[in-house]
Design a protein around this ligand. Structure first.
Ligand code: HEC
Ligand code: HEC
Length: 260
């Protein structure tokens, strides 16, 4: 049940430290461009001290950073992941950090934790699945073969098929976990997940499609818990959200939780 514990920790740390909340010292926070200070103040509560061993994804990992494109890293920090506990950090998105500070974080993460030379001749899976929505039926077989021994019901790590867990994470986060594993917590990377061999890009995409198909609600159309994202990013039922559009098209139907 370690996964469930991580989930709870995620919610707790998200609840008590909303991003952008002014600290006790009204010192000009915007002047801080030191990577270690920025990361410790803003990120380690979820991603762990030194970017590992936190409830949220390990960032201090050369394989992860070899797979994660720099512009994608920057965009994720700026925009967060709507519908998950990962808040938007850029001022332009209502977060606390200036452009310069986001740059300092991106540079610092790459400078301290990336080892591009180690992957120069390795063909890595692509970070994103793009428009490929995968085949859940094949994914189910992949899960039984490559994941069940750790994540099946009653197995030692905890079920990643749990709908509650799945509503908290994006498909990208699932994909990232399958590719990179959790080296800080003992989950191997894609390189060893297929019975000690590398999983194919096909199987990675399909196993994510399978997990995604188990969600009780579509990704990013979230119930209450997304208030963790801080002011202005409420339940995902607000104006412009997919849920809202859905409701508008079905006049009078009341789909989850009192939109008026
Ligand atoms: C050898 C055991 C093992 C195998 C095989 C394994 N995992 Fe994991 N997995 C782990 C461990 C350990 C964790 C960390 C659990 C925790 O949070 O305490 C984890 C965590 C995860 C998470 C949550 C990631 C996070 O950031 O906390 C996902 C999603 C996941 N695994 C998916 C999969 C999928 C899909 C497969 C099959 C392709 C798979 N795992 C195979 C051990 C394994
Ligand atoms: C309140 C908890 C929380 C805080 C604080 C937080 N994150 Fe995250 N972060 C998450 C969660 C949860 C995810 C996974 C979201 C998802 O499901 O896609 C995530 C995802 C990410 C990812 C993408 C992981 C992937 O799938 O490739 C990056 C990069 C990232 N965070 C960087 C940061 C940085 C840098 C900071 C500090 C400025 C930060 N995060 C602060 C919770 C947090």
């Amino acid at each position: 049940m370690k996964l469930a514990a991580a989930c709870v920790m995620l919610l707790l740390c998200a609840a008590c430290e909303p991003p952008g909340k002014p600290g006790p010292e009204p010192v000009s926070q915007e002047d801080i461009t030191d990577f270690t200070v920025l990361f410790t103040q803003n990120c380690s509560g979820c991603h762990g001290l030194e970017g590992r061993n936190g409830p949220a994804r390990i960032l201090n990992d050369p394989l992860y950073l070899a797979v994660m494109p720099r512009d994608e890293l920057r965009k994720t920090i700026e925009n967060g992941r709507p519908g998950t506990a990962m808040p938007a950090w850029a001022k332009k998105n209502g977060g606390p950090l200036t452009d310069k500070q986001v740059t300092a974080l991106v540079d610092g993460i790459e400078k301290h934790w990336a080892r591009p030379a180690s992957f120069k001749n390795t063909k890595l899976p692509s970070y994103s699945a793009g428009d490929d929505h995968g085949n859940p039926a094949n994914g189910k077989k992949v899960f039984a073969k490559d994941c069940f021994m750790c994540h099946g019901p009653g197995m030692r790590i905890g079920p990643v098929t749990d709908p509650t867990l799945l509503t908290l994470v994006s498909d990208q986060a699932l994909r990232t976990s399958v590719i990179v594993g959790r080296p800080d917590l003992g989950m191997p990377s894609y390189r060893n997940l297929a019975m000690g061999r590398a999983m194919s890009d096909r199987d990675i995409t399909d196993v994510v499609a399978y997990l995604s198909s188990l969600r009780p609600v579509p990704p990013n159309v979230q119930p209450e818990h997304t208030v963790e994202n801080g002011p202005g990013q409420g339940s995902g039922n607000g104006p412009g959200s997919p849920q809202q559009k859905n409701n508008e098209s079905k006049t009078g139907s009341s789909v989850r939780g009192g939109n008026k």
